[in-house]
Ligand binder design. Sequence first.
Ligand code: BES
Ligand code: MN
Ligand code: ZN
Length: 510
Amino acid sequence: MDFSIKACDWSKGEANGFLTGKSDVIVLGVFEAQTLTGAARDMDVATKGLISRVVKAGDMSGRAGSTLLVPEVTGIGASRVLLVGLGKQDAFSQKAYGEAVRAAWRVILGSKIGQATFTLAQLPILERTGDWAVRTAVLALRELTYKFTQMKSKPDNGARSLKKIVFSVDSADEKAAKLALKQGVAIANGMDLTRDLGNLPPNVCTPTYLGQTAKKLGRDWKLKVEVLGQKQIEALNMGSFLSVAKGSVEPPQFIVMQYQGAGADTGKAKGKNAPIVLVGKGITFDSGGISIKPGEAMDEMKYDMCGAGSVFGTMRAVAEMGLKLNVIGVIPTCENMPAGNALKPGDIITAMNGTTIEVLNTDAEGRLILCDALTYAERFKPAAVIDVATLTGACVIALGHHNTGLFSKDDALAGQLLDASREAVDPAWRLPLDDEYQDQLKSNFADLANIGGRPAGSVTAACFLSRFAANYPWAHLDIAGTAWKSGAAKGATGRPVPLLSQFLIDRAAL
Ligand code: BES
Ligand code: MN
Ligand code: ZN
């Protein structure tokens, strides 16, 4: 899809070619009060009152979510007008804007329209700017057009008509809107990668496959990529990670991807260019291991690598945006399977940093692979480390499928992530991490137990990770409820790529 930005200050004369510019549709907003403003008013004049007549006839009330496609329009370059109801103007929030945008895209995608002119990003949205509106519209369209068809035996024959979209923006917003467009496309491309990796079946998307994906990403986007195998992981003493991997016939991989958008963090710049490290849980299938899961919906445990998938997607987005900062993606990846040689409840293992862990449940495996990756991350002297993981069913119980769980002892870092989450409309909610919860992880035999019982299960999981992340600013995102959808709409969401990308955009601007 080809997106572009063109400035236009409506009602100030020439309309910069928008009145005569050829397209298959121009999208115009109508508020409930029905007084036409901006683009809608200019188009009304140019069409000799067509839009006012439609509104007067009662065919477009301005009710939020309503749409009307008016065909065979004359007097302007566009051959159709798509009117979109916006609701009350003084309540035109980001949510109302998002609904109007999605309604418009749905109508267009359901038609034969190939070229669209889109004016809704110029509407006055409460607390939001024009560039935000462009990025949000791009992401909404890309979300609606995403399809996962690569495992179907016959190619998808429903070719899409929509090819070209021109956004009108106020000339004062033009520069920012162009940047937002570039960012929106990069984030959407990153999300598509995240969704594809999540949706691939676990017999295809294995640890080896993720290693190959990293190498390809490195070639395409000039990242420095290392993929460590069993022997090298052993040499690093990652006893905790390896204990999870050993029951599987698929070899584990430890992936490191480095994007250097700022200078090296050496010499005079030491500390100034310290990288942000993203750590992603890469369990390509979580059967539970010997503490095996019940059969229902177990197929969805192919999504247990969505943390890793979101790190891939974010690295891709960051590289495409060309952000001026250093970002490192670290992914421990393996399967969690039962076997004669698998990890057992009661086993005591030794993590890379020397901590001994009593494994009371082999299904609490995410923390066991992440803890060694968090220790490994120390070598980069990071400005911050953020891990992303489909870590606990308890997080789904606490927050459902709307908010990602955010855990951090660092108020500044947590605040930056929450700000990014709001800006990106990728919701996250901060949950506690008080030291009092650490008691639940006491073991009679080892330094630490790998589970803390049923109360506050996502908090104790985060507490476990915190023991390995004491040497740098750290935050943990539990995406168990937000990484994919179940039921008829089963599929990966691409979250939290928008949140992470926005966080990195903001960090690069510091
Ligand atoms: N990958 C799961 C968490 C999960 C479960 C995510 C369901 C999304 C939906 C994780 O490895 C796991 O099994 N966690 C256990 C921990 C428990 C044994 C302490 C859980 O949440 O039940
Ligand atoms: Mn598990
Ligand atoms: Zn898991």
